[in-house]
Design a binder for this molecule. Structure first.
Ligand SMILES: [Zn+2]
Length: 108
């Protein structure tokens, strides 16, 4: 099983997990109400690829970090909130360009 790149620890004095990309404070994130309603109930697990990142196009609710602007998926397990790091279409395009044909290994 691949371990997701995620965060569930709160930043001191805050009520949301920190950004799984940069550790930044996610309390300033804004979410359109219809996106929020569409995502309920929040998933308990988020599918990730072999590199531990989720695909941003396949998650129920995606939020962008106000500090590093990278996307994360929201998941809920009981009373606990988790954020799973997502890859963007731009990330994937960059990886395909960087990887020589037939290359073996993982690209970050
Ligand atoms: Zn961040």
């Amino acid at each position: 099983m691949v371990k997701p790149i995620m965060s569930s620890e709160f930043v001191d004095g805050r009520t949301t997990p920190c950004c799984p990309h940069c550790g930044g404070d996610m309390c300033g994130v804004t979410v359109p109400l219809d996106d929020l309603i569409d995502a309920i109930p929040f998933p308990r697990y988020i599918d990730v690829a072999s590199d531990g990142y989720a695909d941003e196009s396949s998650v129920a609710l995606k939020i962008d970090c106000p500090e590093c602007f990278r996307p994360s998926a929201v998941a809920q397990d009981g009373m606990n909130w988790k954020l799973v790091a997502c890859r963007t279409a731009k990330d994937r395009a960059f990886e395909q360009e960087a990887a020589p044909v037939g290359a073996v290994g993982r690209w970050r």
